[in-house]
Write a protein that binds this ligand. Structure first.
Ligand SMILES: NC(=O)C1=CN([C@@H]2O[C@H](COP(=O)(O)OP(=O)(O)OC[C@H]3O[C@@H](n4cnc5c(N)ncnc54)[C@H](OP(=O)(O)O)[C@@H]3O)[C@@H](O)[C@H]2O)C=CC1
Ligand SMILES: O=C([O-])CC(=O)C(=O)O
Length: 271
């Protein structure tokens, strides 16, 4: 059985733990950690069949096969490096950390040396199978438009630095237009999807991102358009927010669960 350790037990981490606890993923939930003690204890009390040990990262990696990062972009750097150096596989939800080329290359090298894998789930996006397939023969352009309730963008560095008054927005407003490279740095808790899209396709600088704050939006809506030698396609997902974190689409949690199921399944379906 795959032994799992989860760092970050908020919206996504909790759903993963519940899925393991219910027996939906053939694996053993060995250890959990969160700096937020409320999240940790509410997770522990929600589990019916499992009693994972609370281990900080350095101890966790001695006891598990795979570490799940579901914490934050800042936390991802240490979690990924420590897990791989200890010969653990790692699954990362804060994919925006991979915008840093040095980090990307460093952890890919460590993974190769240790014979480990780094898994980046599709998260809140749909259509990455098509992007990966299309990228095998020349993509001309990839664009992402994300429409979100204004409050979900509160606190993002771009909003703070540009003094954008989200509270008093009356109409839908394009708050950001630029490269995925800039978007994931400026909206670290909002567009990790732009990072996953960039890594599936043509890169961070070449992928364009538009973020719309829409006071009428109750869902996180992501449209992706890809053009290349294959032709072109557009995908659109209208995501319901997670019950405990409105910034995070519920589909992101399901995607993490689907990736873990895929890891333990000998039958591999899709791109
Ligand atoms: N790839 C994708 O498509 C998506 C990715 N995400 C990303 O996934 C990550 C998890 O999302 P979500 O579950 O909604 O987030 P939550 O805020 O609900 O949960 C994250 C938890 O991790 C804790 N945490 C943060 N930093 C650390 C650390 N250094 N060590 C230990 N615990 C830490 C937080 O504590 P505290 O409360 O104190 O901050 C919080 O309890 C986020 O980075 C989010 O941006 C989200 C949606 C889609
Ligand atoms: O959940 C979403 O819709 C997108 C998101 O927060 C992210 O990519 O970081």
């Amino acid at each position: 059985m795959l032994k799992l350790g989860i760092v970050g037990c908020g919206a996504i981490g909790t759903e993963i733990c519940k899925a393991v606890d219910e027996g939906s993923i053939e694996s053993e939930l060995v250890a959990v950690y969160d700096r937020n003690k409320e999240h940790l204890s509410s997770l522990q009390s929600s589990l019916l069949n499992t009693e994972p040990v609370v281990y900080e990262l350095q101890e966790m990696v001695k006891h598990v096969d795979l570490v799940v990062e579901s914490a934050s972009q800042n936390a991802a750097y240490e979690i990924v490096t420590t897990a791989l150096e200890s010969s653990c596989d790692v699954m990362v939800m804060s994919v925006g950390a991979f915008v840093d080329k040095n980090f990307r290359e460093k952890v890919t090298d460590i993974a190769k040396q240790k014979g480990c894998k780094i898994y980046l789930p599709s998260g809140a996006l749909v259509g990455l199978d098509g992007v990966k397939t299309a990228s095998c023969n020349n993509i001309y352009s990839v664009s992402l438009t994300s429409r979100k309730p204004p409050e979900s963008l509160e606190g993002a560095p771009y909003i703070v630095e540009n003094n954008i008054d989200l509270e008093n927005l009356k109409n839908e407003t394009v708050v950001f237009e630029g490269s995925a490279a800039e978007a994931v740095k400026m909206f670290p808790a909002n567009v990790n999807v732009a990072a996953t899209l960039s890594l599936s396709g043509i890169g961070f600088d070449e992928t364009s991102v538009k973020i719309i704050a829409d006071p009428g939006a109750e869902k996180n809506i992501h449209n992706v358009t890809v053009k290349g030698n294959f032709g072109e396609f557009t995908t659109r997902v209208e995501n319901l927010p997670s019950p405990t974190n409105p910034k995070t689409s519920y589909l992101a949690s399901l995607s993490a669960i689907a990736t873990l199921k895929n890891i333990v399944n000998p039958l591999q379906v899709g791109t």
